[in-house]
Design a protein around this ligand. Structure first.
Ligand code: ADP
Ligand code: MG
Length: 317
């Protein structure tokens, strides 16, 4: 490790927040964290690589935000409350200005959710950011993928499809609203935590709504039907592409980090109240059925097949 890299760690350490349950944070060989006896520790890791997981022109702050957001989204999908994280950085050069910008985004999101950066690793190499996030959940109350039951409603938060549309339209300058959905995803932490105890199963939408719902179905041993006409669309998406492309983005677009979950019909009122309390859209998009796989049903009742090759057919309305 070079002096430059020690300087970088010192910069990170100076700005990382802490919390009461961090016995020992950045600076020793490892962190010491106090896990309450009645909680389970929820651990997840995601890596963002240069040229794959963020646009070429993404700012360091956006990269910082997103590298934590994708991990917080996994905690949200488990119903966990964020507690601690570590940050493994591979950087082509020791660039203090880049680190400062990165930390602006990373720590802004960390501060919102009260998660403390307690350690990490800093090496030289192609730009790659790996975050491990740790959260806490009341023992036995985590939201899992394997709890869906036949007859459950299928729900989604927010408006899926925006991030994928922004990515597809990068060259033609997507609107600020659309671009923000790609660069600054909002992990649905409060929703996930509130849904623990209401929802039967949950997943976060990183690979596309139908694909991620498919993970719930596989793990739960059930099938699902989704009514495409029920999928919520943001104004930004409606203004950006035609109806055919919109449905494709909503149903198959990744990178939104919304929550897809199943819940019994008896939970509808509680979920409506939650939507009000959180000022977040919750939309009932289908149901869990016996069998396997996800069937997407178009407005005219026919089964819809996702387009196989990208979305070269979107057009401005
Ligand atoms: P070691 O060689 O014992 O693994 P390092 O020199 O790699 O220790 O790191 C020193 C301290 O700085 C450790 O507490 C480590 O967790 C922390 N650290 C290193 N890189 C980062 C980083 N990118 N973000 C946060 N903490 C870091
Ligand atoms: Mg050591």
């Amino acid at each position: 490790m070079t002096t430059g890299e020690f300087d970088l760690i010192a910069r990170i350490r100076a700005r990382a927040g802490t919390r009461g349950d961090v016995v020992l944070g950045i600076g020793d060989d490892a962190a010491l964290l106090a896990v309450p006896a009645d909680r389970q520790l929820v651990v997840t890791t995601d890596t963002l690589n240069h040229g794959v997981h963020f646009p070429e022109d993404a700012s360091p702050a956006d990269i910082g935000w997103k590298s934590l957001a994708v991990n917080l989204s996994d905690l949200a999908a488990m119903g966990a409350q964020p507690a601690w994280c570590t940050l493994s950085l591979s950087l082509p050069q020791s660039d203090p200005a880049w680190i400062d910008g990165f930390l602006d985004g990373f720590l802004a999101l960390a501060g919102r959710h009260g998660i403390a950066l307690v350690g990490g690793d800093t090496t030289r190499g192609p730009l790659s950011i790996s975050v491990t996030a740790m959260g806490l959940v009341e023992a036995g109350r985590a939201l899992r993928r394997d709890g869906a039951r036949v007859g459950d409603d299928v729900w989604v938060t927010g408006t899926p499809g925006d991030a994928a549309a922004a990515l597809a339209l990068l060259d033609t300058q997507p609107t600020h609203a659309l671009r923000a959905r790609l660069d600054r995803p909002m992990p649905r932490i409060e929703a996930g935590h509130a849904l623990a105890g209401i929802a039967h199963a949950a997943v976060d939408v990183s690979d596309g709504l139908l694909a991620d719902l498919g993970h719930i179905c596989t793990r739960s041993g059930v099938g699902a039907q989704v009514e495409l006409a029920q999928l919520p669309a943001s104004e930004a998406l409606q203004g950006a592409v035609d109806a055919e492309a919109r449905v494709a983005f909503q149903a198959t677009g990744g990178d939104d980090y919304e929550l897809c979950f199943t819940a019994p019909g008896t939970a509808r009122e509680r979920i409506a109240a939650l939507a009000d309390a959180l000022d977040l859209r919750f939309t009932r998009i289908g149901r869990i059925v016996a069998g396997e796989g996800v069937q997407a049903i178009a407005a005219h009742g026919a089964t819809w097949q996702p387009p196989r090759h990208g979305y070269d057919h979107f057009s401005t309305p």
